[in-house]
Design a protein around this ligand. Structure first.
Ligand SMILES: [Zn+2]
Ligand SMILES: [Zn+2]
Length: 413
């Protein structure tokens, strides 16, 4: 089975060890073989140990539990694999990863033997056990071990023979539209009690009873048997702004899901039937990497602003202003309304497109397409000269934004 070449390499490696120092320890086949872990490939340490034993005067313990290094842990791979599979049984997963924890004494014994024997071709018991338990779990379940993005991790504690399960979040993408001026995008904990519940929030722990996140999250958690949710939006609109048009992209993360295979049409239907305040569409699976992409995206957006003027405006005047400001760059010093939480600086933003319709001599509706990060309200009223140019400045009339809605998130051009 093992080639002559491999046996020769083992013999050389054995001759490089301090045999007399090694002979004071009783070691099981796995632990002896692990001193040669880097000799040859595709061989189990147990087999290496069997080959190495006649080359060295190392006694095999009568009982596995008497092995100086592992105290019998290395012989319990099958038991640990079964414990792991049992622990994972209540979760849906297609890929997994095995981790292990050991008594400090075992790790210390390992160090002792290695340094006394002068062993350099070793591997830690942890690496061997992770791999061997993993291989067996793969065989017994037909699921795949995945070292970078497992659905689930089982950490076997060999001291207490218990298993701790860590479940990876499940993510899905979608777009939402919001038809209410009274709900925030994400859960908003009460400022007073920070979520514990108090008089101000009626013991709900929340500033707002509902949010886009919760309308979606509560059904997603129910369908997946998850514990909690987290909302990742491609930006956000103000609470009192509607989100219309093609909707805003988001990713919902569900923590500790029992079920990972989501019936998206059904989830979409459930959410949309539960409220008339939001509507979701285009649901599909996603992952943590896409969260980063969504958070970093800087899409242009188009808005509709309902503007009220302080004095009657001539329609021709307004059209001229609109033509002069469409496609221009504006300089925005941090708005007074956010200056308490943003550094005071000037940013240049491009207003790509601008259209206006008079509603009456005192009111107009503006459609504005602008670069990401543009402060739209300030572009309209000028913020006391902090945004230049602005609609108000060009008209020579002060004005205010009565309502501001997002028409489209232009993220796929
Ligand atoms: Zn051992
Ligand atoms: Zn409260």
């Amino acid at each position: 089975m093992e080639s002559d070449e491999f046996r020769d390499e083992m013999a050389v490696a054995a001759s490089n060890l301090n045999a007399s120092a090694l002979s004071q320890f009783q070691l099981c086949d796995s632990c002896l073989g692990r001193l040669f872990a880097k000799v040859g490939r595709g061989v189990e340490n147990r087999s290496r140990g069997i080959i190495a034993r006649p080359l060295l005067n190392v006694v095999s313990p009568e009982k596995d539990s008497e092995c100086f290094m592992c105290k019998g842990v290395a012989s319990r791979v099958e038991m640990y694999a079964e414990q792991a599979i049992n622990a994972l049984a209540e979760w849906e997963y297609s890929s997994f990863l095995i981790g292990t924890k050991f008594e400090q004494e075992i790790l210390a014994s390992e160090e002792t033997v290695w340094s006394e024997a002068g062993a350099t071709l070793t591997e830690p018991i942890k690496a061997e056990m992770n791999r061997e338990i993993g291989k067996l779990v793969e065989k017994m379940t037909g699921k795949e071990a995945n070292f970078t993005k497992p659905d689930i991790i089982a950490v076997v504690d060999t001291t207490y023979e218990s298993v701790e399960v860590q479940v990876s979040s499940v993510y899905f993408y979608g777009r939402y539209r919001k038809f209410s001026r009274e709900i925030p995008q994400t859960r908003w904990p009460c400022r007073e009690c920070r979520g514990r519940g108090c008089e101000r929030c009626n013991d709900t722990g929340k500033m707002y009873q509902d949010s886009v996140e919760e309308f979606i999250g509560r059904h997603a958690v129910e369908i997946t048997g998850g514990k909690d949710h987290r909302f990742h939006g491609m930006g956000r609109e103000d609470i009192d702004a509607l989100m219309l048009g093609n909707g805003r992209p988001f990713i919902l993360e569900i923590k500790d899901p029992k079920i990972r295979t989501i019936n998206y049409p059904k989830l979409q239907e459930k959410v949309n039937a539960s409220t008339d305040k939001i509507e979701i569409s285009e649901l599909r699976p996603s992952d943590g990497d896409e969260v980063v992409r969504i958070k970093d995206a800087r899409p242009n957006k188009s808005y509709r602003a309902h503007v009220v003027f302080s004095a009657p405006v001539n329609e021709e005047n307004l059209k001229e202003v609109v033509v002069s400001l469409g496609g221009t760059s504006i300089a925005q010093q941090t708005p007074t309304r956010v200056i308490h939480r943003r550094s005071d600086m000037t940013r240049n933003r491009t207003v790509h497109k601008l259209e206006a319709r008079m509603l009456n001599s005192l009111e107009a509706e503006l459609d504005i397409t602008a670069e990401a990060g543009t402060y739209i309200k300030e572009f309209v009223h000028g913020d006391g000269g902090r945004t230049v140019p602005s609609i108000a400045e060009k008209l020579g009339i002060s004005c205010e934004v009565r309502a501001l809605d997002v028409l489209n998130i232009i993220d796929n051009e």
